[in-house]
Design a protein around this ligand. Structure first.
Ligand SMILES: [Zn+2]
Ligand SMILES: [Zn+2]
Length: 295
C-alpha cells in the first residue's frame, strides 16, 4: 500500500525541438515503467504520471536533467497503484488547449499562496474567486463562494471572461484550477482585457488542500486519471458537495457512461454505479458498444 506516487507538473518555457524530446521521453518512460500523459509544445511541458516511488524518483531526476526543466515544480500524491493504464507523450500547439496562443504568460495574475488565500477568507476580504475548470470538475468540488462557470472545456474561458465576468473588472479576483497551469493563461487573459487586480492560486487546488484541508475547499477534487477523484476533507459537511445522480446520496465519485456513444459524465455512488452497470440510463445499458474496462 502507498508504494506508488502520482506526479503533476508543468512549466512554460521555450523549447527548441519538442518533437525530439517527445520520442526520447516516450522511450524512457516505457523502459522505466512510468505511465500517464505528457504534452510537449514549443511553449513548454504539461504532464501527469504515475509509478513506484523509485521509478518516480528516477523520472524526476530524468526530467530535471534537461536544463529547461531543472527547476520544475513537482506536485506529488501518494497512491496504491498506477493512476494510468498507458503512457502517452504527445506534441501539441499549446500545453493546455484553450485557444490562448496569443496570450502572454508574463501578463499572468499575481501569485497568491495558499496561506494568503486562507487569510483572504479568514479576513472576509472583498474578493471574487473564480473556478477556471470545466463544469463537471466544479460540480464535485469548489472553493467556498466560488463562481463556477459552466464551461464544457477550457476553450470557453475567453467567452466566460468577456461575457460573465466583465462586471468584475474593478474587483479583486482570484482564479484557481487543479495544479495552476490553466490559471497562467486564464489570469493573463483577464489582465490583458482590463481586469485590474487579478491573482492566480499558486500551485492550484492540489497545493491548497494539502496544506489546509477542512477549511475553504468544499467537496472532492476531480482528477483526469484512474483515481477519478481525490477527497481531501475529513469533516463530514465538507467531504462531498455533489449528490449521486441515481439515489441522491452525497458523493464526489463520478463515472463516464459506459455507452461509448454517450460517454456522459455523471456523479454516482459506488453502489449505484454497479447497480446501473456503469450507464446513465436504461437506453445506454442496452447499447452494444460499451466500454470494457471497469473502475
Ligand atoms: Zn447512489
Ligand atoms: Zn449514457
Amino acid at each position: 500500500m502507498n508504494d506508488y506516487r502520482v506526479l503533476l507538473f508543468y512549466k512554460y518555457v521555450s523549447l527548441q525541438n519538442p518533437e525530439i524530446i517527445v520520442d526520447e521521453h516516450l522511450t524512457w518512460c516505457l523502459k522505466n515503467e512510468i505511465k500517464g500523459r505528457i504534452f510537449f509544445a514549443n511553449e513548454g511541458v504539461n504532464g501527469t504520471v504515475s509509478g513506484t516511488i523509485q521509478n518516480i524518483e528516477n523520472y524526476k531526476s530524468y526530467l530535471k536533467s534537461f536544463t529547461e526543466f531543472s527547476d520544475i515544480w513537482f506536485k506529488e500524491d501518494i497512491a496504491d497503484e498506477h493512476a494510468f493504464k498507458k503512457m502517452h507523450v504527445r506534441l501539441k500547439n499549446e500545453i493546455v488547449h484553450g485557444d490562448l496562443e496569443e496570450v502572454s504568460i508574463e501578463n499572468g495574475g499575481k501569485r497568491i499562496t495558499p496561506e494568503e488565500l486562507l487569510q483572504f477568507y479568514n479576513d472576509e476580504k472583498d474578493f471574487i474567486i473564480v473556478d477556471a475548470r470545466n463544469w463537471y470538475e466544479s460540480k464535485i468540488g469548489k472553493f467556498k463562494n466560488a463562481i463556477t462557470p459552466q464551461m464544457k472545456n477550457f476553450r470557453e474561458w475567453k467567452k466566460v471572461v468577456d461575457e460573465d465576468l466583465k462586471e468584475f473588472k474593478d474587483k479583486t479576483i482570484v482564479t484557481y484550477c487543479t495544479g495552476g497551469i490553466r490559471c497562467e493563461k486564464a489570469s493573463a487573459y483577464m489582465v490583458e482585457n482590463g481586469f485590474k487586480n487579478v491573482y492566480q492560486l499558486n500551485g492550484g487546488i492540489v497545493n491548497f488542500i494539502k496544506k489546509f484541508p477542512d477549511t475553504y475547499w468544499e467537496g472532492g477534487m476531480f482528477v483526469f486519471d484512474e483515481r477519478r477523484v481525490v477527497v481531501p476533507n475529513s469533516k463530514q459537511e465538507l467531504k462531498h458537495i455533489a449528490q449521486c445522480h441515481f439515489c441522491g446520496e452525497p458523493t464526489s465519485y463520478y463515472i463516464n457512461c459506459h455507452n461509448l456513444q454517450c460517454d456522459k459524465i455523471i456523479v454516482s455512488c459506488h453502489e449505484c454505479k454497479i447497480g446501473n452497470d456503469y450507464c446513465c440510463s436504461e437506453e445506454c445499458r442496452k447499447s452494444p458498444r460499451k466500454r470494457k474496462q471497469y473502475h
